[in-house]
Design a protein around this ligand. Structure first.
Ligand SMILES: NC(=O)c1ccc[n+]([C@@H]2O[C@H](COP(=O)([O-])OP(=O)(O)OC[C@H]3O[C@@H](n4cnc5c(N)ncnc54)[C@H](OP(=O)(O)O)[C@@H]3O)[C@@H](O)[C@H]2O)c1
Length: 136
């Protein structure tokens, strides 16, 4: 079985992103800083696959000690995962990526932060049961 995981942080109502960044970016409260530190500690040495906007927000240092792969919508998810036999793969988002890859994820590590402001990207609880909500 492939080791496929996800790790994310959400606000009080499921806020995930704002203007291409974390909604709470720049907040120096230790809770927020520690959350980002933990993300990079947990994913170190492993594979991080994510869409182009999410990868664009990954700091330079993180490319040195993990495998980072920008994935695209034309790629077959199973072929993407098969590139990394024996490795732990973190599916890093964003929304369309988790909609498709949710069914392969065995472990979700979610931190709920005290942020309760604006967002333009939201967590979908249906990912936890392997899919995306039908919103039509
Ligand atoms: N709070 C958190 O933990 C967390 C984690 C991750 C991201 N975020 C936030 O989320 C935002 C970025 O996410 P985003 O959703 O806007 O953009 P994104 O990261 O670029 O992810 C979505 C893109 O992934 C590509 N993709 C790759 N494989 C796909 C597939 N099989 N099916 C569909 N699309 C696929 C598509 O781009 P193409 O069609 O161009 O290939 C799609 O538009 C930022 O604000 C970021 O900070 C937050």
């Amino acid at each position: 079985m492939i080791d496929v995981r996800a790790m994310c942080a959400i606000g009080q109502r499921g806020q995930l992103g704002l203007d291409g960044h974390l909604p709470w970016e720049g907040n120096t409260d230790p809770l927020y800083v520690e959350d980002v530190t933990r993300f990079f500690a947990e994913t170190q040495g492993h594979v991080l696959i994510a869409g182009p906007k999410t990868i664009a927000s990954v700091p330079e240092f993180a490319f040195r000690d993990r495998t980072i792969d920008v994935i695209r919508s034309h790629e077959d998810p199973e072929a993407v995962l098969a590139r990394y036999p024996g490795r732990r793969i973190f599916v890093g988002g964003g929304i369309a990526v988790w909609n498709v890859y949710a069914r392969y994820i065995q472990n979700w590590d979610i931190t709920r932060l005290p942020y309760d402001g604006e967002a333009d990207r939201w967590f979908d609880p249906a990912w936890l049961v392997g899919g995306a909500l039908r919103r039509t």
